[in-house]
Design a protein around this ligand. Structure first.
Ligand code: ADP
Ligand code: MG
Length: 596
């Protein structure tokens, strides 16, 4: 053991860097926040080698006086607060005075700045935290920060950095967050001299479209609610634009991107009713609140906040979103859909079903379920024989086989349930949950046998990808092939999907491919096919499964029942809910007080 001694400033800064500057993206975030605090209208960001070689941020903000340059890179030096009172009502993004000191301690660092009153710019350089003299330099009003060879003096840290593309992906995400929250700021982002983002000042809606793309913007519902103390505004994607991961969830509190449990919980509750349990909502939400009602000083990277009145925030978010989602959805009539019987002329028609042929219209629109439809006429007769009095002779098959466990379909209820009859009584099947389970089990078997059938798309689909997603496509070509996909990069930001697993050829190929990529990104590519295989397959199955409200024909319903009978674990869906129920004749009799 050594004796107790004070740590050197350099070591203190390196320790702080470990906390505040965990990767190049954190440098980008801190530098951008400084530029915004300095009132910049335009910021240029240049990155090389994922930020490992160079991060340069140039702004046109207020600048720093020459004599303050050494202080700017000193620890605990800030121009943004001066007292506890200031801290309690802070409106700037920075206030801890440790970012530049931390960055300078683990890089070759240069800070050049010209304030509006100075005749020229001044510059200070620092190598691994030891600073040189302030010297004159050239440059326009504003500030230029260059961070080279990040972690060059802390090699253990440098080793932990991921690939260039991955690190750049994180940087890109940081810039996008800033871009979303500062629509009147012009931003350019270059990686290895290639442009990755370029936005001019615009209004909030246009900025959201520029940053998150047309798909999100077209699906989004604008929101603006609140009172003088607190305002919630932004955009919610309609539930149909749901995602497999939380990658499109942005919450800003007073302009700062945060992860907040209170808000997340309220959003989750608001979407609960309208979103499939396994899917994630997409949104960009801004909460503007009196700064004295929120504590931003709870985490070194300021990613968390604490509300003075969390309940009020929860309520505002939950109520506003619930209301907006309700308005946004078009009402779906929940009528009972009685499908046509399998042999139109032979079975007696129910007079009450002589309504306009809505089920038929539905049937024309619907896509195939991908289940083998085989109508066992003979078996049908076992159940319906007594009623099928006018079956023509060739149709009357001998009733030799038994009624299958799940019986035969009678019709569809509310577009959600399949009703069937077996020997014990009524069977009610949640068709979405059941089909999802079937596809999931089939995918598992296929993958185990290395035989996931692939289906070429008639019309290949393209979609835009982020740098992170693009790397994922490249790095996982083999894994994707095993899953039955044919995905390729057309350009740095465009991916084409040419084939999908045959079981899923019904699904929207783009959202399917996106979800699979996001799952791979979330769990790390190497693990996606092992540890997280089942989750990945469940995500895929979810795309295939028949959606609620889709009209099925009787043969399709029967095919579904037969598949359920031969599928493992078919009694519950992937999330543990039951897929079907039996209601016996006895129970029905009791309900109707028969036989008393
Ligand atoms: P903080 O942002 O918490 O104050 P930093 O270490 O990030 O701490 O920055 C220290 C100080 O340097 C800031 O308070 C600010 O006065 C000054 N500064 C940093 N970057 C800029 C910039 N781009 N333009 C003007 N001043 C800056
Ligand atoms: Mg700062």
């Amino acid at each position: 053991m050594r004796r107790i001694h004070l740590l050197s400033d350099l070591l203190i800064n390196q320790i702080a860097a470990g906390e505040v500057i965990e990767r190049p993206a954190a440098v980008v975030k801190e530098l951008l926040e400084n530029s915004i605090d300095a009132g910049a209208r335009a910021i240029e960001i240049e990155i090389e080698a994922g930020g490992k070689d160079l991060i340069r941020v140039v702004d046109d903000g207020g600048g720093i006086e020459a004599e303050e340059l050494p202080l700017a890179i000193a620890r605990h030096a800030t121009s943004k607060i001066g007292s506890l009172e200031d801290l309690e009502r802070v409106t700037s993004l920075g206030f801890r005075g440790e970012a530049l000191a931390s960055i300078a301690a683990v890089s070759r660092f240069s800070l050049a700045s010209r304030s509006s009153t100075a005749h020229h710019a001044w510059q200070i350089e620092s190598t691994g935290g030891s600073a040189a003299e302030v010297v004159p330099t050239s440059g326009p009003a504003g500030t230029r920060v260059e961070v080279r060879d990040l972690y060059f003096n802390t090699p253990a840290r440098r080793k932990f950095l991921r690939s260039e593309a991955t690190e750049f992906g994180y940087c890109d995400e940081v810039v996008r967050r800033i871009a979303l929250s500062q629509p009147d700021l012009a931003l350019t982002l270059l990686h290895n001299r290639r442009s990755s983002l370029r936005v001019r000042p615009q209004d909030q809606a246009d900025r959201v479209r520029a940053v998150l793309g047309d798909d999100f913007a077209d699906a989004s519902l604008a929101l603006d609610e609140g009172n003088p103390m607190v305002r919630l505004h932004g955009f919610l994607a309609a539930p149909t634009f749901s995602r497999a991961t939380r990658d499109c969830q942005y919450v800003f509190v007073n302009g700062r991107f945060v992860r907040d449990k209170v808000i997340a919980h309220a959003i989750g509750q608001a979407y609960q009713d309208v979103l499939h349990h396994q899917r994630h909502a997409a949104f960009v939400l801004f909460l503007d609140i009196d700064p004295t009602r929120v504590d931003v000083n709870v985490h070194p990277t300021k990613i968390e906040v604490k509300f003075r009145d969390p309940q009020a925030v929860h309520q505002l978010v939950f109520r506003s979103l619930t209301r907006r989602l309700a308005q946004g959805r078009t009402a779906v009539p929940g009528d009972i859909n009685v499908s046509e019987p399998p042999t139109p002329s032979s079975l007696p028609t129910n007079p009450s079903s002589a309504r306009p042929a809505t089920p038929v219209a539905g049937a024309l629109r619907q896509t195939s379920m991908g289940l083998a439809v085989e109508e066992p006429q003979g078996l049908y007769r076992v159940l319906f024989g007594a009623r099928a009095i006018d079956l023509s002779p060739p149709m009357v098959a001998p009733a030799t086989r038994e009624v299958p466990p799940l019986g035969f379909a009678l019709g569809q209820l509310g577009g959600i349930y399949v009703l069937a009859q077996n020997e014990r009584g009524l069977i009610v099947v949640d068709m979405h949950a059941a089909h999802e389970r079937i596809v999931y089990e089939q995918l598992k078997c296929g993958l185990d046998a290395a035989r996931v059938q692939s289906q070429q798309l008639l019309i290949p689909a393209t979609f835009s990808v982020s740098p992170l997603e693009a790397t994922c496509v490249q790095e996982n070509a083999e894994a994707l092939r095993k899953l039955g996909f044919d995905l390729a990069l057309l350009s740095a930001s465009t991916t084409i999907v040419r084939a999908v697993p045959a079981l899923l050829d019904d699904a929207d190929p783009v959202s399917l491919a996106r979800d699979v990529l996001h799952q791979m990104l979330e769990h790390g590519s190497n693990h996606a096919l092992t540890a997280h295989r089942d989750r990945l397959l469940a995500t895929m199955a979810c795309h295939a499964a028949v959606r609620a409200k889709r009209a099925l024909t009787l043969p399709e319903m029967n095919a579904l029942l037969r598949q359920m009978e031969v599928t493992d674990r078919a009694d519950q869906c992937n999330h543990g809910r039951p897929t079907w129920m039996q209601i016996t004749l006895k129970e029905l009799d009791a309900l109707f007080q028969r036989g008393r």
